[in-house]
Design a protein around this ligand. Structure first.
Ligand SMILES: Cc1cc2nc3c(=O)[nH]c(=O)nc-3n(C[C@H](O)[C@H](O)[C@H](O)COP(=O)(O)O)c2cc1C
Length: 236
C-alpha cells in the first residue's frame, strides 16, 4: 500500500489550507468605507423623514384648524353672531362627554347676548373607534343649533354617512332638545327612538345620537356655570 500522508514540513500543503489571521489591508479599507457610507445614508434618510414630517405636520394642523372653523361656522353661521368664539371659551375635559384630551367649549354671542354654546364631544362607541363631534346648543331654549362630525374612521358607504359631506343625516338633530323628544326618543328608530339609522349600519348613528343627548344633559346641568366662567375669562 502506498502511504499518502504528506511528509512533515511540506510547505506546499500548508499554504493550500484556508487561513485565519489579519484581514488584508484592502478588504479592511473597503469594509470601513461601506460602513461610513451606510451610516451617512441612514443619517440622510432620517433627516429627510424628519424634514418631511415637520413640513407636513404644520400643514395637517392648519388643515384640521380650518376644517374645525368651517364646521363651527356651519353650526353657528357668521351672520348670526358677532364675537370671536375662539376667544370666548373655556377649557374642558369631561368623561361624561367622552373626552380623551382637553378641548374648548365656545360661546357665540350677538350684540353681547349669549346665543349658543358649542361643545366638543367624543363618541367612543363608533364602529371603528372614536368619532369627534361638535354640538351647538341654543341658549334661549336649549335646543340643538347644529351637529357636525369633525373626525371619524367609519366605513365608507356605511357609517361615514354621519359626515355631512356624505349625507344630510346629521341635520336631523337641529331644533330638537331634551324634552323634544323625551329621553326615550333620543335613540335610533331600531332602539325605539325617533332618529333614523342607516341600512345595515346602526352602530355609528347609535353612537352619535347618544353623544348628542349627552351634550344636552351636560348643558342642562352646567350652562349657568359655563357662562359664568366664560364671562370671568373675558374680564381677565
Ligand atoms: C366591513 C364592515 C364594515 C362595517 N362598517 C360599519 C360602520 O362603519 N358602521 C356601522 O354602524 N356598521 C358597520 N358595519 C355593520 C356592523 O357590523 C353591524 O352589523 C351593524 O352596524 C348593525 O346594524 P343593523 O342592526 O342595522 O344591521 C360594518 C360591517 C362590516 C362587515
Amino acid at each position: 500500500m502506498t502511504d499518502t500522508t504528506p511528509p512533515e514540513g511540506d510547505s506546499k500543503q500548508s499554504t493550500a489550507e484556508p487561513t485565519e489571521g489579519p484581514v488584508p489591508p484592502t478588504l479592511g479599507v473597503s469594509i470601513s468605507r461601506n460602513g461610513i457610507l451606510l451610516g451617512l445614508f441612514a443619517l440622510l434618510s432620517t433627516a429627510i423623514i424628519a424634514a418631511t414630517y415637520l413640513g407636513t405636520a404644520d400643514k395637517i394642523t392648519e388643515q384640521k384648524r380650518q376644517a374645525r372653523l368651517k364646521a363651527l361656522y356651519q353650526v353657528v353661521p357668521r351672520d348670526q353672531h358677532d364675537n370671536d368664539m375662539l376667544t370666548d371659551s373655556i377649557e374642558i375635559n369631561s368623561a361624561e362627554l367622552g373626552h380623551r384630551k382637553t378641548g374648548s367649549i365656545l360661546l357665540a354671542t350677538y350684540h353681547g347676548a349669549p346665543l349658543a354654546l358649542i361643545y366638543p364631544v367624543t363618541a367612543r362607541e363608533g364602529y371603528s373607534g372614536d368619532i369627534d363631534i361638535i354640538v351647538g346648543v341654543n341658549i334661549k331654549d336649549s335646543s340643538v343649533a347644529g351637529v357636525r362630525v369633525l373626525n371619524h374612521k367609519e366605513t365608507p358607504g356605511l357609517g361615514d354617512k354621519v359626515d355631512v359631506r356624505k349625507s344630510s343625516w346629521v341635520l336631523n338633530f337641529e331644533g330638537h332638545s331634551l324634552g323634544h323628544p323625551d329621553i326615550e326618543g333620543w335613540a335610533v328608530k331600531k332602539d325605539g327612538g325617533i332618529f333614523d339609522g342607516f341600512t345595515g349600519a346602526t352602530i355609528t348613528p347609535r353612537a352619535v345620537v347618544s353623544s348628542v343627548a349627552s351634550v344636552l344633559k351636560y348643558h342642562h346641568q352646567n350652562v349657568s356655570e359655563i357662562l359664568k366662567r366664560i364671562d370671568a375669562n373675558r374680564a381677565k
